[in-house]
Design a protein around this ligand. Structure first.
Ligand code: HEM
Ligand SMILES: *[C@@H]1O[C@H](CO)[C@@H](O)[C@H](O)[C@H]1NC(C)=O
Length: 338
């Protein structure tokens, strides 16, 4: 009797948790139609101005959305098809990345993967202030990141897609989780596949999303080991990269992730991998005799296949357990909790 009562209790508590949890909240593309009809046009305009000023900003903004979505622990009651009831630490697109250090906030900007690397925060501030000027307190910073990433891709010749909206902003951040949850350039193929799979993304999604490295720059410290000690690297390419990335010093010296067309979103990133000219070890690992070789080869031959998969994967990534409904808040400034 006592046991069955306890069971009933457990089920009741579990049900309450499940129904109050916002983890299953749905995003919709027309979320701001009534509350801020000019939101998307306003974001788009400010993003385009920023990229026109500095082309690399397109890359930096896409990366911010990625680094936002992959981080932020939150206990959430998850009902999946395979495992009916399971507690998971959810991580999601909640603008946690944008919070600065504060008495109760340990900023994710200082996580190894972001420190002196994640950039574009001033552009996000600028976009946010323009949106606040037309509809104060309505549009979340998390949604701004999602829209900016889409607009950035389109501006530099990449695919476009319909962005789903309705994310809310977190009131917390976690530097430790960021370090734990974000991929590292030293990760093996298995580690990358499993990290993305923790977020409900397939190996194919992972390869497509890595194609974002068709634009943007990386610092010497992230590819030094590969260009001096790597085995799976084109010798001429390694020599060229060594010129501006000495074996000691120059950690911050930049090189393009795609040596052919660093400012245009195209399939050259994958063509480079076929020639062992991936800059990061974690890029080349996608084409190194493992299970993802065929996907890389396909994308290198077929831009529309890459674009279609990239767009779909960005939408899936943007869907990673967002805060919705009454969870979280709409920050007034993306850098601080209200
Ligand atoms: C698969 C695992 C990934 C790893 C290990 C990785 C790692 C890195 C590293 C080390 C850099 C250079 C950072 C620096 O030196 O400052 C970088 C840059 C970049 N990453 Fe990734 N990345 C991954 C996936 C992704 C994904 C999924 C996206 C977006 C969808 C992305 C977008 C970018 C962009 C656009 C840049 C250039 C940023 C800029 O120029 O400001 N990366 N990444
Ligand atoms: C390229 O990919 C698209 C979209 O997946 C597909 O419809 C098309 O047949 C492919 N083209 C070639 C030449 O394989």
């Amino acid at each position: 009797m006592a046991t069955s009562l306890r069971l009933v209790c457990f089920v009741a508590v579990a049900w309450l948790l499940a129904s109050s949890s916002q983890c299953q909240g749905q995003l919709t593309s027309d979320f701001y139609h009534a509350t801020c009809p000019r939101a998307l046009a306003t974001i788009r305009k400010a993003v385009r101005v920023a990229i026109a000023r500095e082309r690399r900003m397109a890359a930096s903004l896409i990366r911010l959305h990625f680094h936002d979505c992959f981080v932020q622990a939150r206990l959430c009651f998850h009902i999946s098809h395979r495992i009916p009831y399971k507690f998971i630490l959810s991580i999601g697109c909640d603008a946690s990345l944008l919070l600065d250090n504060a008495p109760t906030i340990v900023s994710e900007k200082n996580a190894i993967q972001n420190f002196r690397s994640a950039r574009g925060f001033e552009v996000v501030d600028e976009v946010k202030s323009r949106v606040e000027a037309i509809c104060p307190g309505v549009v979340s910073c998390a949604d701004i990141l999602a829209v900016a990433a889409r607009d950035a891709s389109e501006y530099v010749g990449g695919p476009k897609w319909t962005v789903k909206l309705g994310r809310r902003d977190s009131t917390t951040a976690s530097k430790d989780r960021a370090e734990n949850d974000l991929p590292k350039f030293t990760d093996s193929l298995d580690q990358l596949i499993s990290l993305f799979s923790d977020n409900g993304l397939s190996a194919r999604d992972m390869v497509a999303l890595s194609g974002a490295h068709t634009i943007g720059q990386a610092a010497c410290v992230t590819f030094r080991e590969r260009i001096y000690d790597g085995t799976n690297i084109d010798a001429g390419f390694a020599k060229t990269r060594q010129r501006r990335c000495p074996s000691v010093g120059g950690n911050g010296n930049l090189a393009p992730l795609d040596l052919v067309t660093p400012n245009s979103f195209d399939e050259n990133f994958f063509k480079n991998l076929l020639q062992k000219k991936g800059l990061l070890a974690s890029d080349q690992v996608l084409f190194s005799g493992g299970s993802t070789d065929a996907i890389v080869a396909e994308y290198s031959r077929n831009r529309s296949s890459f674009f279609r998969d990239f767009a779909a994967a960005m939408v899936r990534m943007g869907d990673i357990l967002p805060l919705t409904g009454t969870s979280g808040q709409i920050r007034g400034s993306c850098r601080v909790v209200n």
